[in-house]
Write a protein that binds this ligand. Structure first.
Ligand SMILES: *Cc1c(COP(=O)(O)O)cnc(C)c1O
Length: 361
């Protein structure tokens, strides 16, 4: 099969094995005579699919029993509102601003209460993670919020802020299941599926049980209450059934690869191939500071917008697709999620070497 290498930031590449298996089951899911897409979400077959997906996710991420796992809709962006509506009991929260996604979360939270931006890397175009050493956590903050991996600017937290007795909330949309995570350090983790674990339309929320209650901000709609979804095992309304089915397969694929430790090792190897080249060549350079580099999203530039455009054009023609940077960041970005094979990164670097030789003046 002639496939391109897809470096899209999201929706993004999925494991070929998963897509093949889904294709095989497309018309007749395991003798049911129908596609998973056509099944009632209340059917035995679908309930098994959802239960299996959750079970595999819990095993792979080692999620303790006192955490709930929810499969919701509305993307990462809806979590920007749902989090304050459900957790902002004192109407105050601390946020760290490390990029466009945390900025959007901050703006949304401001609709509901006082937002303290306790650290930011906006001054250097979000090319680094702020020093976490002397954060002043607000006394009245209901939680501290971070975006764990910055999809657009290519930075990630290599350690997490100490928050004392405050709950830590993390957007892990673009690095979910890319490495081991100690779930117990967080009150809530969420991730839109379309970056690293599945198709668009599903958002996974992992939330500590004691944070789920009816004490939400007045006017919080039924659909935006974690308790409603938790009480109904994510079946309060029709969930994104097909998306959950694919996510379940991706979870199994990760487990078969050896779980998150193995994933991290592979991801580090893959990212090193690209970063080593970026650090040693004479045409391209990475834009994030070394110590905070993401393993998932690698932004880079040539320094000339014209040359960037030429590179993106020629790369696409050579089968390396979706390499343009986010429209607010410019330049290039290679998203090398779990499902991007090692050969894809090696082939990209070979192509970059060729382009460098042809275009270096
Ligand atoms: C893509 C992304 C989002 C937004 O997700 P939607 O599903 O489009 O709402 C939020 N946070 C991060 C880190 C992202 O990469």
């Amino acid at each position: 099969m002639a496939k391109v290498y897809n470096f899209s930031a999201g929706p993004a590449v999925l494991p070929e094995e998963v897509l093949r298996e889904a294709a095989e089951e497309m018309l007749d899911y395991r003798g049911s005579g129908m596609s998973v897409m056509e099944m009632s979400h209340r059917s035995k077959a679908f309930k098994e699919i959802a239960a299996e997906a959750e079970k595999t996710l819990r095993e792979v991420m080692n999620i303790p029993n006192h955490y709930k796992v929810l499969f919701l809709q509305g993307g990462g962006s809806q979590q920007f509102a749902m989090i304050p509506m459900n957790l902002m009991k004192n109407r105050a929260a601390d946020y760290i601003n490390t990029g466009q996604w945390s900025k959007k979360a901050i703006e949304e939270a401001k609709l509901f209460g006082k937002v303290n931006v306790i650290a930011s890397s906006e001054d250097e175009n979000y090319s680094y993670i702020p020093d976490l050493g002397n954060l002043s956590i607000s006394q009245d903050a209901d939680y501290v919020y971070i975006c764990h991996n910055n999809t657009i600017y290519g930075t990630k937290y290599t350690e997490i802020p100490g928050t004392g007795d405050k709950i830590l909330v993390a957007d892990m949309s673009s690095d979910f299941m890319s490495e081991p995570v100690d779930v117990t350090k967080y009150g809530l983790i969420f991730a839109g599926a379309q970056k690293n674990i599945g198709p668009a339309g599903v958002v996974v929320v992992i939330i500590r049980g004691d944070l789920i209650n009816n004490n939400v901000l007045p006017g919080t709609p039924t659909m935006l209450r974690y308790k409603v979804h938790a009480d109904n095992h994510s079946l309060y309304n029709t969930p994104p059934t097909y998306g959950i089915y694919i996510c379940g397969k991706v979870f199994k694929w990760i487990a078969a690869k050896g779980g998150l430790r193995a994933m991290k090792k592979i991801n580090e190897e893959k990212a090193a191939i690209l970063y080593d080249y970026l650090d040693s060549n004479l045409l391209f350079r990475g834009t994030a500071v070394k110590k905070d580099r993401s393993l998932m999203n690698v932004p880079f530039v040539t320094g000339s917008e014209e040359l960037d455009a030429k590179f993106i054009r020629e790369a696409k023609a050579a089968g390396f697709d979706n390499l343009s940077g986010h429209n607010t960041a410019g330049g290039m970005r290679a998203s090398i999620y779990n499902a991007m094979p090692m050969e894809g990164v090696k082939a990209l670097v070979e192509f970059m070497e060729k382009f460098e030789a042809e275009n270096l003046k």
